[in-house]
Design a binder for this molecule. Structure first.
Ligand code: UD1
Ligand code: UDP
Length: 351
């Protein structure tokens, strides 16, 4: 089979790495980078570290408003799909690149497979929620990481060609864990020891577009007084620079890090505070307690089993969560067994 895979943003490179490795053993993959993320620390570092093949084409779309960015992707993807005529178009997650890929393919009657289908926050103010719902409606094969994702789709009337495959991010974490231990020196570079710091990431539009929310989170980090590493997403950096924020000594604001450094930072953290989707799951797999800086999560299982607390962005709630959180002794397996990519490829072959 010939498969066109569409990626564009950091978490999609990490997801695609796992699938490409399996897919290319038996099929032909044409890898499209939309160019949504373009800084080397947001893009090429993941290709290098995870052994992802060079994209066959980079559409170079770059940043912009939702309509402008998605529209440019749609036009670019449509042209290359007409040229390539694949058996399948593969889209990942919930970004604008996901939506553009699914929409372009569906209009050309090219079957769409959605990896990480069925996730819902039930918050339509999130651009990602709109992208997910639309991508799922347009998909001919829905590859779900959890039973809850399958149930979400069923509640929307989607029950055909839906498969529980597990989470491909778990595959990638397994791949990177040993490499990270061998290669990463990030802790030495920052001057921190395992278990003696908090790790934080904040990039969600709702937390960065609203400067007061971001300030509230930063003030919580300040008042916690504990060493904290914060690799800053470019979107967040723009706001931090605009408000002229200078952190106290215990807050280490660093640039976005590559995946091997991130895995090292995550596995050695005492606790993780984040609004990232991917990092909530990684925290769970690495058995690090997680505090989610949002009012809801798509990864509800991590909350149900007691390893993730929804704390929002109010300073007092964040501080209280960090100071009182004791995770349970039980740590049941969630989101599969690290073999999700193989199941995705088999599902594609069988369909
Ligand atoms: C996107 C996804 C989000 C995902 C995140 C992963 C959408 C709607 N959002 O959000 O779901 O969680 O990626 O990180 O698709 N920028 C740079 N350099 C880059 C990339 C971005 O400076 O390489 C800056 C630009 O100022 C840009 C801003 O970051 O305007 C936001 O980038 P964009 O890709 O639009 O959205 P993300 O916030 O990254
Ligand atoms: N990540 C990374 N470097 C960073 C921040 C995050 O490698 O500086 C990884 C993180 O470990 C996870 C993925 O990027 O695997 C999550 O991406 P992000 O938070 O940008 O997007 P989301 O998952 O929220 O869509």
């Amino acid at each position: 089979m010939k498969i066109v895979s569409i990626v564009g943003a950091r978490p999609q490179f990490i997801k695609a790495a796992a699938i490409s490795r399996v897919l290319r053993k038996r099929h032909t993959e044409f890898l499209v980078h939309t160019g949504q993320h373009y800084d080397s620390c947001m893009s090429s570092v993941f290709f290098e570290e995870l052994g992802i093949p060079e994209p066959d084409i980079n559409l170079g779309v770059g940043s912009g408003s939702h309509g402008k960015q998605t529209g440019a992707m749609l036009a670019g993807i449509e042209a290359l799909l007409i040229d390539q005529r694949p058996d399948w178009t593969l889209v990942y997650g919930d970004t604008n690149s996901t939506l553009a890929g699914a929409l372009a393919a569906a209009k050309l009657h090219i079957p769409v497979a959605h990896v990480e289908a069925g996730l819902r926050s039930f918050n339509r103010a999130m651009p990602e929620e709109i992208n997910r719902v639309a991508a799922d409606v347009l998909s001919n094969l829905l590859l779900c990481p959890s039973q809850i994702a399958i149930d979400n789709l069923a509640a929307e009337g989607i029950s055909k060609h839906v498969y529980l495959v597990g989470d491909v991010m778990s595959d990638s974490l397994t791949y990177a864990a040993t490499r990270s231990r061998k290669q990463s020196t990030i802790l030495e570079q920052i001057g921190l020891r395992s278990g003696e710091y908090l790790l934080a990431t904040v990039h969600r539009a709702e937390n960065t577009d609203d400067e007061f929310r971001l300030r509230s989170v930063l003030h919580a980090f300040e008042d916690l007084g504990e060493a904290l590493v914060f690799p800053v997403h470019p979107r967040t950096r723009k706001v931090i620079d605009r408000i002229n924020y200078t952190p106290p000594d215990h807050i280490h604001l660093i640039g976005p890090v590559g995946y091997l450094n991130m895995v090292m930072l995550a596995q050695s953290a005492r606790m993780i505070l984040t609004d990232s989707g991917g990092l909530q799951k990684e925290a769970y797999w690495l058995k690090v307690p997680c505090i989610t800086l949002r009012e809801e999560t798509e990864w509800v299982e991590t909350v149900q089993v007691g390893w993730n607390i929804i704390a929002g962005t109010e300073k007092s709630r964040i501080i209280d969560a960090v100071q009182t959180f004791t995770p349970p002794a039980e740590h049941p397996p969630l989101y599969g067994d690290g073999q999700a990519a193989a199941r995705c490829v088999v599902a594609l072959e069988n369909r």
